[in-house]
Design a binder for this molecule. Structure first.
Ligand SMILES: Cc1ncc(COP(=O)(O)O)c(C=O)c1O
Length: 448
């Protein structure tokens, strides 16, 4: 065991050290080599060292360097080294972290991490939370709590009776709602398309002057951080409007909630603490390993009503929080361990430095690309930059060329009818020199 695990550690370190110099996208021949995995199921046990060697020799070269400093696609954080180390240790513990009595260490660490998160993100201290796989499932959990609460207020127990015959729920979203929210609405029986859609402005923000007049059970879904522009919905206005008639406000803040951790960007989060539930990710901007998202709900009973189960064999009685009372899973790994490690090692100041640095780096991208003559399509308020290199065909050609050139990796989007390169700066590892190297590569490819 010791030899195997030491070998795994050495290989992982070699992989991470190689990220600085390798192309960000995997080489086509490395991807072609993946066929080597496609063997018949082995009949007999083999040498575990050979298993690990195959995984590394074939698997590692075909990865995308998302853990490195110049991956700017989607919204991808790397893993701060202490969080990877904590992940390894917690992996060795192999705790099924559903109930405090069975796994006190991980359950307690998660409880502390949740308290710290509420403080850091400036959310109400009475909230309960859940560590789940990502913001998609966090949206699902929070909206399940919302569904419970608005139907309970209408005299209906949705967990017991389901939605057949239930009072209808009005769901209000912005035209720029993230598809993970609409997917969650579909899973919850509220309908992906059965929504009232509020028009948005040029940055993708809900127009506060177009909020619908509502009555009856209603859930508003607002966004903190548009995946393309980084823009925030007018959440304070929406909360005022919704709460006047007892509606629930849910905030999808997959990465935007983290603006609250930085004094210079905190103004963007105005109104967010007034909402009723929130979804965010730790695997994005807190830079913990995949997968780790977070749901917070002000009314703890609503989340618990939607998620908790009981059974004679389960140790549900506890003086401390049982993680599984708040999550869709029963058996689960303790994702909060890496979050605790990140917050413990970085502290409030370290998190603020990380978020603030990435925002400044997004500005740096925008400034340099604009100076080179390329059009920036969004107001760069956070860590997202949208840039065009000409018409749709030229922009797509540049994006493809940048991905192939390998210095960095950025994806494509269409923003309000215009094809653009999305640059998302979300990694602890990114330096200003990485930004400069990446801009130079983009300009080189664009002028080719
Ligand atoms: C605003 C927003 N919500 C939800 C998600 C989904 O997050 P995850 O992929 O962690 O489930 C994303 C992902 O980028 C996002 O930007």
């Amino acid at each position: 065991m010791k030899v195997l695990l030491t070998d795994a550690c050495a290989r992982a370190i070699r992989y991470l050290e190689g990220l600085e110099t390798r192309p960000v996208a995997p080489a086509p021949d490395a991807v072609a080599q993946l066929r080597a995995f496609d063997e018949p199921l082995p009949e007999k046990s083999g040498d575990p060292a050979a298993t690990l060697r195959l995984l590394d020799e074939i698997g590692s070269p075909a990865t995308t360097a998302m853990a490195g400093p110049r991956f700017f696609g989607f919204v991808i954080g790397g893993a701060v080294p202490v969080t990877l180390a904590a992940n390894w240790l917690a992996g060795a513990w192999d705790q099924n972290s559903a109930y405090y009595r069975a796994t006190p260490s991980t359950a307690f660490v998660e409880q502390v991490a949740l308290r710290w998160l509420l403080e850091l993100l400036r959310l109400p201290p009475e909230c309960h939370g859940a560590f789940v796989t990502g913001a998609t499932v966090a949206n699902l959990c929070a909206l399940a709590a919302a569904r419970h609460a608005v139907l309970k207020a209408a005299g209906w127990n949705v967990e017991a009776q389901g939605l057949f015959g239930a009072p209808p729920i009005t769901v209000v979203v912005g035209a720029e709602v993230h598809p993970s929210v609409t997917k969650s609405l579909g899973i919850l029986g509220l309908g992906r398309s059965r929504v009232v859609t509020v028009p948005v402005d040029g940055q993708g923000r809900m127009r506060a002057d177009r909020l619908p007049v509502i009555s009856g059970p209603t859930i508003f879904c607002v966004q903190a951080g548009n995946v393309n522009t980084g823009a925030f919905d007018p959440i304070a206005e929406v909360c005022r409007h919704a709460h006047a008639v007892g509606a629930w406000v849910h905030v999808d803040g997959a990465f935007g909630l983290w603006a609250a951790a930085v004094p210079a960007h905190r103004h963007l989060t105005a109104g967010i603490p007034e909402a009723d539930s929130w979804a965010t990710d730790a695997h994005k901007w807190l830079n913990v390993p995949y997968d780790c998202g977070l749901a917070f709900v002000r009314d703890p009973l609503a989340l618990q009503a939607a998620m908790a189960i009981t059974a004679e064999y389960l140790p549900t009685q506890s003086e401390f929080r049982n993680p599984a009372d708040f999550t869709p899973e029963l058996s689960r790994r303790a994702r909060g361990v890496e979050v605790w490690a990140a917050l413990h090692a970085l502290g409030r100041g370290g998190v603020a430095e990380l978020i603030g640095r990435n925002c400044a780096q997004a500005q740096r991208f925008a400034r340099k690309l604009s100076a080179a003559g390329f059009e920036i399509l969004n107001d760069v308020v956070l860590n997202q930059v949208l840039v065009t290199f000409g018409d749709a065909a030229q922009t797509s050609r540049v994006i493809q060329g940048v991905q192939e050139e390998g210095t960095c990796w950025c994806g494509v989007t269409v923003w309000q009818g215009r094809t653009a390169m999305r640059i998302s700066v979300s990694s602890w590892a990114t330096t200003d020199a990485d930004v400069d190297r990446s801009v130079e590569a983009m300009i080189r490819v664009a002028r080719r």
